[in-house]
Design a binder for this molecule. Structure first.
Ligand SMILES: Cc1ncc(COP(=O)(O)O)c(C=O)c1O
Length: 388
């Protein structure tokens, strides 16, 4: 009765079951996987949501790519980051996930392939399979810093590859692409007639400047490129459901892509009017919204560095940016066993590296978003579990 696309293992995994049981018993679990910025006690300005209630939000003006003022505000956002883009190149979606769905519909036939980074964001498997698209991964390796293995990326390309996805900075490693890496990937995409999809949702969250960092992929280079961003990360407002795609690259592909995407977007018209009406005011408050969040990330990262010290069996795989930290831990037990034991015996939840496709064990992924008390308490429990 059901499609192969939705043939998933629907049994609750052991960790999720254990968590449910603990919560049902009223036990407090320190959750170091929390990546929802609305659940970590960050202050929200009282009047933040007022722009959603403007009278203009009472009118429904269906527009496939979004209302002009909202698209102009997003274009201004790109300009702030150094790319002048006409608002006609911007289309709005309800989320970055929906942006991926639109792009996979645009670029791929069933059975086609997209290349995604490894380690990387676990949702790609679902986003691709829902469009009957296959995911192949290309590795980045840690060598004091993360580097994309460009020759492995080239080898992973096949005649069915329709897009190379880069996540800049990456989730969960926090690695930014360097100029040379982006240029090489763009050149490869152009040569093979493959689109580039650049997910820049975490672009504002760098821990330090680095002149080697690649600029946004949103410029008219040799490859057709789709650059993604959204309120969920840049304003820490995932519940408002507003994201965008900027389309850049050579003509006539760019024009054709926009014309086709307009029909995809017109089929769904999924972005609500209130959030589009509010977008200029919300984007204008980014700095104010990011401030406490940046302080939280930096504070938790400092706590992590302080707790690790020289004698610790765990080492921090230094993040350049993003919302997560990767800890390398002794592989004396499997990641699965470690995270289960941490939850079972110490009431702390962390992600195992394999969840993000780390090629070998043992890594733990910690969200840097939790409140300082939860983070410090959770970290203490994680470190107490490691052998000396
Ligand atoms: C790399 C990456 N892209 C996209 C998203 C999703 O963003 P949205 O809420 O806009 O779907 C996330 C969410 O964690 C993410 O980590």
């Amino acid at each position: 009765m059901f499609s192969a696309r939705t043939r998933w293992d629907l049994t609750t995994n052991r960790l999720a079951r254990l968590l449910e049981e603990k919560r049902a018993r009223g036990e407090t679990v320190l959750d170091l996987t929390e990546s929802n910025p609305t659940r970590v006690a960050l202050p929200a300005p009282d009047d933040l949501l007022a722009p959603l209630a403007q009278p203009a939000a009472l009118r429904y003006e269906p527009s496939p790519f979004g209302l002009p003022a909202a698209r102009a505000a997003v274009a201004a956002e790109f300009a702030r980051r150094g790319t002048a883009l006409d608002p006609s190149r911007i289309l709005l979606t309800a989320s970055t996930s929906e942006a991926y769905a639109f792009l996979f519909k645009l670029l791929c036939d069933p059975g086609d392939e997209v290349l995604v980074p490894c380690p990387g964001y676990p949702l790609f498997d679902f986003l691709a399979s829902l469009e009957s698209v296959r995911v192949r991964s290309y590795p980045s390796a840690w060598d004091g810093e993360w580097q994309v293995d460009l020759s492995a990326l080239e080898s992973a390309m096949s005649p069915r590859t329709r897009a190379v996805v880069v996540v800049n900075p990456n989730n969960p490693t926090g690695a930014f692409l360097k100029r040379g890496e982006l240029e090489a990937i763009e050149a490869l995409c152009a040569e093979r007639g493959t689109a580039l999809v650049s997910d820049e949702v975490f672009a504002d969250y760098a821990f330090r400047p680095d002149p080697r960092r690649a600029p946004s992929a949103a410029h008219d280079g040799a490859a057709l490129a789709f650059t993604l961003g959204g309120l969920s990360k840049c304003c820490a407002l995932p519940q408002l459901k507003l994201a965008w795609i900027a389309v850049t690259g050579p003509e006539p592909e760019r024009r054709e892509a926009l014309a086709r995407l307009e029909i995809v977007a017109d089929t769904y018209l999924s972005v609500s009017t209130p959030v589009q009406v509010a977008a200029p005011a919300l984007l204008a408050r980014q700095e104010e919204l990011q401030g406490p969040l940046r302080a939280r990330l930096a504070g938790n990262l400092a706590e992590l560095r302080a707790c690790l010290g020289h004698a610790s069996p765990a080492t921090l795989v230094e993040p350049e940016g993003g919302w997560y930290a990767v800890l390398r831990v002794p592989a004396t037990v499997s990641e699965e066993e470690r995270v289960t034991r941490l939850l079972e015996e110490r009431n702390v939840l962390v992600h195992p590296g394999y969840f993000f496709d780390f090629p070998r064990e043992a890594f733990l992924i910690l969200s840097l978003l939790p409140s300082p008390d939860s983070f410090a308490g959770g970290l203490e429990r994680v470190l107490a579990d490691l052998p000396l």
